[in-house]
Design a protein around this ligand. Structure first.
Ligand SMILES: Nc1ncnc2c1ncn2[C@@H]1O[C@H](COP(=O)(O)OP(=O)(O)O)[C@@H](O)[C@H]1O
Ligand SMILES: [Mg+2]
Length: 463
């Protein structure tokens, strides 16, 4: 270019990089707004999804109008951001065209005058115009590529952050792989979530095959305590051993395979019931094992009424289970794993007392050689345990068998008396309802003989 005409070459080389710069600055703005738009779209989807899944709550509290208004607002914000993006985006190409147009105009004007004065041939002028055409695209691309590199570096930084994260709970360096029998011991365990101390100096031991129950008010640390056994968290102080070996020395998969855990919050997947029950297993469940787990957890009775029995889909694309059915599915899942240690964290709370008794009876059979740790609120669930711990604000307030604790006449005894009273009230209510029913059913126009409710007519589920 310089060989042909220095002046025109300079004009080209000064004007065209401006297009790179402009592309880069506007492009950056486009990207930023695009990201904002994406994030707003996330909010929009979340709002819609939340309202669909929570539709009953919205209706029950007649919040339809408010929710529609809130959704409209998120929508309006989305619209505004989309318009913002369209405005900047719309500016991009015209701006490019404008700068390159100015460059072309300048070359035609300056070069045209040179051509008139015969300092430049027409051919050379055409040559420059062609050069400008050739160079304009690489110049725009330069801006675009700079942008991409910048954006890529930012994204990579965020990914790197995730890649470099290390799980807090890791496998031991020198693992012990002796088979787990199930003797659990806590030695002076203290645990805190951040600064909040939740467990203080907890010590107890359950022999292999023994049973331990934990009761205590909400927030006293029961769930936290049982979470420490399969190492969902590690305690900051003290030691937890299984068969005398620190839990941290077992390979995590081995440890967690040995523990059948029914968490307080049941989580089921949108797959057939059969797969939900067989979830923790390495091998698929045989039909007989499935029936057995269904019997122990008392899920089988409900399953008999399901359209496709154990092949019934669960969740959004299938049947919706009641709270009690969900809990029993979770129990079936834990039992089907054939664990050495079974942990039930308040896993019978949504099951009626009659079904609870049935489940406990069967579990005792299953758990004869296994260790069980049961967190519960009802005395009826825990009274037969070898040892009961009463947890209060993170410390063991009382401990002993059901009988010991009643004699002690402390927190546990008070809880027992309260529950007895509640039960009596319930029985009274049932009795008076029963009387009412008897009276109406013996009314002369009905003529049907009165009938007492048999135990097998009790509701299978209280929810
Ligand atoms: N993941 C968590 N992060 C921070 N605090 C928590 C967490 N889980 C529970 N807590 C707190 O720890 C305390 C004990 O909770 P939890 O073990 O669930 O009690 P419980 O099962 O006896 O009701 C509560 O005060 C609760 O707010
Ligand atoms: Mg809990």
């Amino acid at each position: 270019m310089f060989g042909v005409n220095t002046k025109l070459a300079l004009i080209t080389l000064i004007l065209t990089p401006i297009s790179s710069y402009v592309f880069w600055t506007i492009g950056r703005r486009v990207n930023r707004r695009f990201e904002q738009l994406q994030s707003q779209f996330g909010d929009l989807s979340a709002k819609a999804q939340e309202n669909f899944s929570g539709i009953r709550v919205v209706k029950a509290f007649s919040q339809e109008e408010d929710e529609i208004r809130a959704f409209a607002k998120v929508n309006r914000d989305y619209l505004n951001k989309a318009v913002d993006l369209a405005m900047v985006n719309g500016l991009l190409w015209p701006a490019m065209q404008f700068i390159l147009g100015v460059a072309l105009l300048t070359i035609l004007y300056v070069g045209g005058q040179d051509a008139i004065e015969k300092q430049l041939t027409i051919g050379q002028l055409v040559q420059f115009v062609a050069y400008l055409q050739l160079i304009s695209w690489p110049m725009i691309a330069l801006g675009e590529v700079t942008n991409m590199i910048q954006q890529g570096a930012a994204s990579l930084g965020r990914l790197q952050h995730i890649f470099e994260a290390r799980p807090a709970i890791t496998d031991p360096i020198d693992p012990v792989t002796t088979p787990i029998k199930g003797a659990v011991e806590f030695k002076g365990i203290s645990f805190a979530y951040g600064q909040a101390v939740v467990l203080r100096d907890i010590s107890f031991s359950v022999p292999a095959g023994g049973s331990l129950a934990i009761v205590g008010p909400t927030g006293s640390g029961k769930s936290t305590l049982v979470n420490l056994i399969p190492r969902l968290f590690d305690a900051q102080q003290g030691e937890i051993t299984i068969d005398g070996i620190d839990v941290k020395r077992y390979p995590l998969p081995q440890l967690r395979r040995a523990v059948g855990y029914v968490p307080q919050e049941t989580f089921l997947f949108s797959v057939p019931l059969r797969e939900n029950v067989g979830f923790g297993r390495d091998t698929p469940l045989a039909e007989s094992e499935l029936e057995w787990a269904g019997d122990v957890s008392q899920l089988g009775k409900d399953v008999a009424d399901f359209p496709a029995r154990y092949d019934t889909m669960i969740g959004e694309r299938g049947v919706t289970l009641s709270g009690g059915q969900k809990q029993r599915t979770a129990i079936a899942r834990a039992v089907a794993k054939d664990p050495r240690i079974l942990i039930l964290d308040d896993a019978l709370s949504a099951v009626d007392t009659y079904t609870e008794a049935e489940i406990l009876k069967r579990l005792r059979g299953v758990m004869r050689e296994r260790t069980s740790i049961v967190v519960a609120h009802r005395i009826s669930t825990v009274k037969d345990a070898d040892e009961i711990l009463v947890l209060d604000e993170g410390v063991i307030a009382e401990r002993g068998t059901h009988r010991d604790l009643l004699e002690r006449n402390g927190l546990y005894a008070a809880m027992y008396r309260r529950q007895l009273l509640e039960e009596e009230l319930e029985v009274d209510e049932e009795q008076s309802e029963h009387d009412k029913r008897v009276r109406t059913s013996t009314a002369p126009e009905q003529g049907a003989p009165p009938r007492a409710r048999r135990i097998d007519e009790m509701p299978a589920d209280q929810d």
